[in-house]
Write a protein that binds this ligand. Sequence first.
Ligand code: PHE
Length: 463
Amino acid sequence: MYSVARTSTLRGASRLFLRCESTKIEASIKINDKSYPRDPNYTNVTPSIIDHVNRSLHKKPNHPVNILRDLIEKKLNSVDNSFTTYNDFSPVVSTFENFDSLGFPADHPGRSKSDTYYINDKTLLRTHTSAHEMECYSKINSTGKPGFLISADVYRRDEIDRTHYPVFHQMEGCRVWKGRSIEQMKQDLNILQQHLDKHEMNLIVEDQSLNNKSPSENPKQQYMTDEEVSLVSQHLKRSLELVISEVFNQKIKSMKRENNTTQEIPNELKLRWVNAYFPWTAPSWEIEVWWNNDWLELCGCGITQQQVILNSGFEKDSTVSWAFGLGLDRIAMLLFEIPDIRLLWSKDERFISQFKDGEINTFKPYSRYPGSIRDVAFWLPGTTESEEIHENDLMEIVRDNAGPLVESVKLIDRFQNPKTGKKSLCYRINYQSMDRNITNEEVNEIQKNVENELVEKYDVTLR
Ligand code: PHE
């Protein structure tokens, strides 16, 4: 999520990476029959990532991500049928759509090549569904509905483990009040509250943002009155509480029905609202749910910055709106008790035959294929910060060579020679397939290719 400042910065490794990349390239990249010119200074999208572009798990019948999307869309539209749904947007967007239209500052870490898959300097694979907010806001007048929901695959360079995958799914939701009628807001909130009151889930909500001692930390926008902020934020919060009540109530029902889970079945659901920051909303929040003895972050949201609404063609001071962005994959993993995010991408019948549209059921694990561990240890070429390798760049090399055969990559040792100042790193790669047995020869071959690519691109010395 984009709320917290992400720690990664663009270091020298990306520079090295690009220098070498440019020596073996074709002039353009083809995605969905459209060609995009490469840019040696920007292009970092790889074939294994492009392979995901048309998988559309959020639209695949009987798939957990699709089942969850459908459940949320139906629940939100059951209140007053106010959301148009968009599920077919192409993942290729401009830097303007993904960042500028939303007011991302020029130095926001989300823009860096170590975090984002660029096709060229102006085009990228969307990193979030907010990239389509502007377009959908501008269609509000023609749809006749005051809200919209966008579900789509999104792409981020990241670490490799059981809960991170470079492609995942989000649902964006927005709701506007044109003309800013207080009466309309009150009426809409009232209807929503009735739905929440009659929901059978026992909710316990803590709103940490209400005891906000210094409002300057999460300020409202000048053009809105206190009453509007209060009504719009209540409508946003109650909408998300309704969605979460529904989703977790379905889970609890399925646990009771199946009566075989090792987890304790809760009889209430604890939620908490915390303050957050996003460039395109103010104020902003996150909602977390207490599940399996842990707070799980579900969703970022807030009141849309007027600038986004103006970018979409609305007149100044005419309109107020809320927006949220919900990650679907981790919630699906939790609902269906899927232990490894790669399973969502599995084409194995033993996985895909287990789910049915409209139902939440617990995934029954089938025999796990044995894994195979390899370490790669190397000296970095120099001693300065700028000669370090960004971890996401290393992850990308492993991903590109191993595809779905890598389970996790972890830094297990880091050492600096006190005399020479030279740095040595050791990463442990766990190779394991979700769908089949992998042979030692196969793993050795991949490992060799990973090592060679590290040497070639980053000039490291293997140990
Ligand atoms: N796009 C944000 C993310 O990916 C979530 C978000 C959406 C936050 C809409 C606020 C409003 O982290």
